[in-house]
Design a protein around this ligand. Structure first.
Ligand code: F0G
Length: 447
């Protein structure tokens, strides 16, 4: 893997007490103070121009690692021996223009990097390829995660590719069928626990202390390192010209931490000359980080019982909140919260640009609308939304929305009528040409 002269030297450091353990415990918590660990790179001396050229050149290579949109940037990641790398050619995700959404948000232009176009259809693959490879390098037979559905789908796939067994802990009844079906097909031992995501995390943390099982949640710093590459790839796609704003959904806050870490490291390495503002959007029913920043000035995070139909971010006690807070402050970003109706509307609007995403990803557009309204984002500024999951991850939500059933019987029912112009319920007709022509003509008159 050493295609450059310098092999990357990385070591672990606790984000709170600064301890530098030679290796991590099974739960990836600092043995001193219990906080999270991160990788630091004390001896980075890269020529930024040479790095950019090397990465670009790898796009023409036929080597599996060079074809991965994660491993292509391996100089900025800790070293993992090539024979342990498990890749599904993740990353390489498109950057789309969203002209309709730009108009809706009051911007001249708007872009979305669609991480749902990864092999298992969510952004998790970029971190998982790297962390699953570290499990393989460590000789583990079993890997495990607690999940709202996407991490588990991704983990199960990479474990299968690496000939490892995987154990999935998911909240019973609160994940989408699409995600559940993935982990079944990829062969995971899938346990639906009668609790929420936070309850699954508690049990998993106990489990890894008792069994030789490798933890693949985003407290694992290898996950964060792999997920950094989404930001590196984005900047490469933009010709290394930073956008003014990057907007991400916030759940367990691993993704925002990873993207922020990448931005800071890219600036340190002079790959970019200024930082975009990184803003984080939460669902109102799962807003512990929003409250941490806007009510408690970042001094504490009060865990909550989370509830939102955007089940991917139905998380009340986000593990990486301190890492996210640090990058939020370093980049000058904002935190917003959005309602269930705002999420549903934004999801349909992203769909109307021919792109689509799952509900948790749509908080980005819903949040952007609020950020433009309050003047934090200006009409001429460049903005990139990170869409984290594919539209087909949660078709139930989409179908209920278009049939006008999503909010039936909930307190949001009346409010949700505002979204009726976005609804496109299927039309059931007799198998009759005249009926179809009638539907076509009616649609034309209304368009
Ligand atoms: N968007 C999607 C589609 C997700 O699946 C998640 C998290 C997030 C956003 C939030 O990212 O946690 O890094 O802040 N899903 C996790 C899971 C927790 O288990 O799949 P985060």
């Amino acid at each position: 893997m050493s295609s450059t002269a310098t092999e990357t030297i990385a070591h672990l450091r606790c984000i709170a007490c600064g301890a530098t353990p030679p290796s991590a415990c099974q739960d990836f918590r600092c043995a001193n103070c219990g906080d999270l660990l991160e990788f630091v790179f004390p001896k980075w001396t890269f020529d930024p121009g040479a790095l950019k050229a090397l990465w670009l050149n790898r796009r023409t290579s036929r080597k599996p690692l060079d074809q991965s949109g994660v491993w292509r940037f391996r100089e900025l990641l800790p070293h993992i021996a090539e024979e342990h790398a498990i890749t599904l050619r993740e990353g390489n995700t498109p950057l789309y223009e969203l002209p309709r959404c730009a108009r809706i948000a009051g911007l001249d232009t708007l872009h979305a990097k669609h991480q749902g176009m990864n092999p298992t259809a969510s952004f998790k693959d970029t971190g998982m390829t790297f962390a699953a490879s570290s499990a393989h390098q460590g000789g583990f037979r079993w890997v495990a995660c607690a999940s709202t559905g996407n991490t588990s789908a991704s983990m199960a796939a990479y474990a299968a590719r690496g000939n490892m067994h995987s154990l999935v802990l998911i909240p019973e009844g609160k994940i989408s069928w699409g995600k559940l079906s993935q982990s079944l097909d990829y062969g995971a031992l899938t346990c639906q626990l009668r609790t929420d995501f936070d309850g699954c995390v508690r049990i998993l943390n106990e489990l890894v202390r008792q069994k030789p099982v490798y933890l693949l949640n985003s407290v694992n710093p290898y996950r964060i390192e792999g997920q950094k590459t989404a930001a590196i790839e984005l900047l490469e796609q933009l010709g290394w010209e930073p956008p003014d704003h990057i907007i991400v959904p916030g759940g367990n806050l691993g993704n925002s931490s990873a993207i922020g870490k990448a931005l800071l490291e890219m600036r340190e390495l002079k790959l970019i000359d200024r930082l975009p503002r990184l803003s984080i959007i939460q669902a109102q029913g799962a807003n512990s980080f929003y409250r941490c920043v806007n009510e408690f000035g970042g001094t504490k995070l009060e865990p909550m019982t989370a509830d939102t139909m955007a089940t991917a971010i139905r998380i009340g006690n986000p593990a990486s909140w301190k890492k996210a807070l640090r990058v939020l402050r370093a980049t000058g970003g904002a935190v917003e919260q959005v309602s269930e109706v705002e999420i549903a509307a934004a999801k349909a609007e992203i769909g109307s640009d021919g792109v689509g995403c799952e509900p948790a990803s749509a908080v980005t557009l819903a949040g952007l609308k609020k950020l433009t309204r309050r003047g934090f984002v200006k009409p001429g500024e460049s903005v990139v939304l990170i869409l984290t999951g594919h539209l087909l991850k949660d078709p139930d939500f989409t179908i209920k929305f278009h049939r006008g059933e999503l909010f039936a019987g909930t307190p949001d029912d009346i409010n949700a009528r505002l979204t009726m112009p976005l609804q496109r319920a299927p039309v059931v007709l007799n198998a009759d040409l005249g009926a179809v022509i009638g539907a076509l003509d009616a649609a034309e008159r209304n368009s």
